[in-house]
Design a protein around this ligand. Structure first.
Ligand SMILES: Nc1ncnc2c1ncn2[C@@H]1O[C@H](COP(=O)(O)OP(=O)(O)O)[C@@H](O)[C@H]1O
Ligand SMILES: [Mg+2]
Length: 354
C-alpha cells in the first residue's frame, strides 16, 4: 500500500500541509523542531488511532485550535480509498471516502504503518503494555475475528471490575467471568498463532542483526496461570481481586519476552542491542503482515541516523530499497546523495517543500 497524497490541518506545528510522496523512499529533512516527526505521527494515526509519542491525542491539536485533521489518499493495490481522521475534544471522527464511519477500527483496518522511532526500544525494555499493543496490532490486521473477541473480553472485564469495586456477589461475578473465559480462549489462540508466525521472521532478523548474542528465545505469557482455565482462576481469586479493586489475571495481562543464550534477561542487553532487537521485531511484523495480507505496509523511520551506527544504517537502507515499501524517513541531514526514486522534502517550522 502507498500514500498518494497526505494532507494535514492544525496538527502540531502545521497549520496546513499537503504532500505528494514518492512510491518508494521519502526523506524528510529539517532542523530539530521543524515538524518531521509530526508528519510520521500523522501517518501512524491512520494505522493505529493513537500517536507513538506520549502526551495523549489532544496534544496533537495545534495550540489555540479546536480540531486537527489528517487526510490521505491510500492506494491499496486493487483500490484507492480516501481516509479522513479528525480529533477534537469530542474524540475521534473517521471518514472513508467522505462517509463517516462509527468505529475507528473500520478506518484503521485499511492502513498499516510500521514505525521505528527512538521510543521503539520500549518494545524490549519497557512495560508489558508496549509488547501487548505491538502483538495485538499485528493480530488485529491478520485475524478478522480478533477485534470482536477483544471487545467482548474488555466489556466483561470492565463489568467484573466494576462489580469487584461495588462488592457484587459471587453469582453476579460468575456471569462476567464466564464471558471472559470464552473470549480469553480465543484471544490466546489468536495471539499464539500470530507469535508463531512472527517467531520465524524474527529469528532470521536476530541472527543477522545480533549474532553475538547467540540463540534467541521468544516466550509468550498468556496472562493467567498455566494449565488452568481462566474461569477457575477468576473464581479462586475473587477475594484478592476485591481487595485490589481489579482483575489481576487474564489476557489483558499477556506479554511476550525476548531473551538470548548470552543475555537471557532483557536488562543484560546494551542500549544499542535493545534498539536492534526492537528493529528486528518491527521488521518481522512488517513481513508477517505482507505474508498474510498480501499487501506491503508503510514503513516510518524516525531519526534513523541518530539511532543506528553506519553499518546497520547501510543494512537497513538496503533492506528498505528491496522491500518495495513506501518508506518515510526523517533526519536532520542525509549525507549520501539522493538516489533515483527517492523524494526529498525540506521541513522548516511548519512548512514543507519537495
Ligand atoms: N500542539 C502543538 N501546537 C503547536 N506546536 C506544537 C504542538 N505540539 C508540538 N508542537 C511543536 O511542533 C514542532 C514540531 O515537532 P516535531 O515534529 O517533533 O519536530 P522534529 O521531528 O522535526 O524535531 C516543535 O517545534 C513543537 O514544539
Ligand atoms: Mg523528530
Amino acid at each position: 500500500m502507498r500514500i498518494l497524497r497526505l494532507n494535514l490541518a492544525q496538527l502540531r506545528c502545521f497549520e496546513s500541509l499537503s504532500i505528494v510522496p514518492a512510491a518508494g523512499i521519502n526523506l524528510l529533512q529539517g532542523a530539530n523542531g521543524s515538524g518531521k516527526t509530526s508528519v510520521l505521527e500523522a501517518l501512524f494515526l491512520l494505522s493505529h488511532g493513537r500517536s507513538f509519542r506520549p502526551g495523549g491525542s489532544q496534544a496533537l491539536i495545534r495550540r489555540g485550535q479546536l480540531e486537527c485533521t489528517v487526510y490521505a489518499e491510500l492506494d491499496e493495490g486493487s483500490q484507492t480509498h480516501r481516509l479522513g481522521l479528525a480529533r477534537s475534544a469530542h474524540g475521534w471522527q473517521a471518514r472513508i471516502d467522505a462517509r463517516p464511519v462509527s468505529r475507528l477500527s473500520s478506518l484503521l483496518v485499511h492502513c498499516a504503518a510500521i514505525c521505528i522511532e527512538p521510543g521503539s526500544h520500549d518494545l524490549i525494555a519497557g512495560p508489558a503494555e508496549f509488547r501487548r499493543r505491538f502483538m495485538d496490532w499485528g493480530v488485529f490486521h491478520v485475524e478478522p475475528a480478533f477485534l470482536e473477541a477483544w471487545q467482548n473480553y474488555r466489556r466483561c472485564l470492565q463489568q467484573r471490575n466494576s462489580l469487584l469495586r461495588r462488592n457484587g456477589d459471587s453469582a453476579q461475578l460468575a456471569v462476567w467471568e464466564q464471558g471472559m473465559d470464552g473470549a480469553a480462549v480465543r484471544l490466546d489462540e489468536q495471539r499464539r498463532a500470530y507469535l508463531g508466525r512472527l517467531r520465524i521472521r524474527l529469528l532470521e532478523h536476530l541472527a543477522r542483526w545480533l549474532p553475538e548474542l547467540g540463540a534467541p528465545m521468544l516466550r509468550y505469557q498468556r496472562g493467567w496461570a498455566a494449565e488452568t482455565a481462566l474461569i477457575d482462576v477468576l473464581a479462586a481469586h475473587r477475594i484478592r481481586d476485591r481487595e485490589q479493586g481489579h482483575t489481576r489475571q487474564g489476557p489483558h495481562r499477556a506479554d511476550w519476552l525476548l531473551g538470548f543464550e548470552q543475555a537471557p534477561e532483557r536488562h543484560q542487553l546494551s542500549r544499542g542491542q535493545t534498539k536492534l532487537a526492537a528493529l528486528a521485531c518491527l521488521l518481522a511484523q512488517f513481513e508477517v503482515f505482507r505474508e498474510l495480507r498480501g499487501a506491503t505496509p508503510l514503513l516510518l523511520l524516525d531519526d534513523l541516523a541518530a539511532e543506528l551506527d553506519a553499518t546497520h544504517l547501510e543494512q537497513i537502507v538496503s533492506y528498505l530499497q528491496n522491500s518495495g515499501a513506501q518508506a518515510w524517513i526523517t533526519g536532520t541531514d542525509f549525507p549520501s546523495r539522493c538516489q533515483p526514486g527517492m523524494r526529498v522534502f525540506h521541513v522548516e517550522h511548519g512548512t514543507l517543500r519537495a
